[in-house]
Ligand binder design. Structure first.
Ligand code: FE
Length: 376
């Protein structure tokens, strides 16, 4: 990247960048459609290639980059306009829910106009890779900016922001010292006090997949059964309703992504529900709080591979990441990026270190396990 480009990027629009990097845009509906429970198949496309990696020296693409995105168009478009102004690369945005976007990519095959997929959750990104819809990023810039654990092992996609899924509680009934781990929420002491979002949402599938990786299936199933036995209410359709249910006294504890909490706090700073970072101790269960990604990949049949790569590199850059971190409620994926005041107020926390690809690899197993455990 040239010095000129670096300087230009520093001026990128804050609002627009935070919008693009936000996993679920404010005012938008839930950002993805939960995938149906399906059998996994062995990847037919994951034979590793030895190929040259882009050193970021390619001239900016003058061809259009077409993005298929599960994000809110109104919020993303201003940022894409900025990218176009800075690089000369035109961008076309096609927005839909996760499920229809994937189906469209599969149906279009070699004729797809899409160059890039932008979506949330490693489980969704992994599915796109597994369906053979993506090609390796081959970007030394992305490899440098994004820690390996937030990138696909086969280089088919990269995280661009982090989302922490953790425990929330009613401080009038629960003390932080009562809380410890996700697994502890299966303890009978929480009977009639726990709220959960539906297991159909990929966020919970990814959380349970991570637990299978850490605990094995048998112990994880016992934990999930314990959660179900402790439910205070039927499962919720989204994290915001769950947090509001804690506030309303319907339950005392629950699990949600922290950016939903941040949005509520922004509108209502006195919202009484509190955040607790899960799995932070020194015990065997304390592998850190579950962290997922939003991210992007280059479409396998892309016409403009170079342009898509350059846009993804731009989103992983210091400039985009720092703007994001100062203004949004998710966490930057690039280490060392300054965080917003709200994020700082929640304090530092230990992140689970497993590669986020695991969430996809164990997704079908997690779905089946949750079904056996009666988690709806
Ligand atoms: Fe979300």
């Amino acid at each position: 990247m040239s010095l000129t480009m670096q300087k230009t990027y520093l001026g990128a629009a804050i609002v627009a960048t935070m919008a693009l990097l936000s996993g679920c845009d404010k005012g938008a509906k839930e950002d993805t459609v939960a995938p149906e429970a399906t059998e996994t198949t062995e990847s037919a496309t994951s034979e590793p290639e030895v190929t040259e990696i882009s050193e970021g020296t390619e001239p900016a693409s003058t061809e259009k980059v077409t993005i298929y995105s599960s994000r809110n168009e109104q919020l993303i478009q201003p940022l894409l306009d900025k990218f176009t102004a800075e690089t000369g690369t035109p961008v076309e945005l096609v927005t839909d829910k996760e499920g229809p976007l994937m189906a469209r990519l599969e149906a279009e095959g070699e004729n797809t106009p899409a160059d890039m997929l932008l979506t949330v959750d490693a489980g969704n990104l992994w599915q796109a890779g597994e369906k053979g819809l993506l090609q390796p990023l081959k970007s030394s810039i992305v490899n440098e900016n994004v820690p390996e654990k937030y990138r696909d092992a086969d280089d088919l996609w990269t995280g661009l922001s982090l989302r922490a899924r953790t425990i929330f509680y009613d401080p009038s009934k629960v003390q932080p010292t009562d809380l410890s781990t996700y697994a502890d929420l299966a303890d009978p002491k929480w009977k009639g006090k726990l709220c959960l979002r539906t297991s159909k949402k990929v966020y919970n599938q990814s959380l349970v997949a991570s637990m299978i990786e850490h605990y094995g299936a048998d112990k994880t199933e016992e934990i999930v059964k314990g959660w179900v036995a402790n439910l205070a209410a039927p499962v919720f359709s989204n994290d915001t309703k769950l947090l509001e249910a804690i506030d309303a006294g319907q339950c005392e504890v629950g699990i949600a992504n922290s950016y939903y909490y941040g949005r509520i706090l922004e509108d209502n700073p006195s919202f009484p529900v509190k955040l607790f970072w899960a799995n932070q101790g020194d015990g065997a269960d304390d592998f850190g709080t579950h962290v997922n990604v939003s991210g992007a990949g280059i479409i396998k049949n892309a016409d403009n591979v170079v342009g898509a790569r350059q846009l993804i590199e731009w989103l992983s850059s210091d400039q985009a990441q720092s703007i994001y971190a100062s203004a949004d409620k998710e966490y930057p994926v690039k280490p060392g990026t300054d965080e917003s005041e709200m994020l700082k107020s929640w304090g530092p926390f230990k992140q689970d270190d497993i590669n986020v690809s695991i969430f996809g690899k164990r997704q079908a197993e997690a779905i089946q396990l949750m079904d056996r455990a009666g988690y709806e």
